[in-house]
Design a protein. Structure first.
Length: 41
């Protein structure tokens, strides 16, 4: 694993470990606290 950063549009930065292909990408961040129904999001 390599170190990685998640940088949000408002400037917040989260650091962690990455896995998979290397490179830069863009996408959507989804936060869900429910115990069921995750598949519907």
């Amino acid at each position: 694993m390599k170190r990685a950063m998640l940088v949000l549009a408002d400037g917040m930065v989260f650091e962690g470990d990455s896995f998979g292909a290397e490179g830069e990408t863009t996408g959507e961040v989804v936060f869900n606290t429910s115990m069921t129904g995750y598949q519907e999001i």
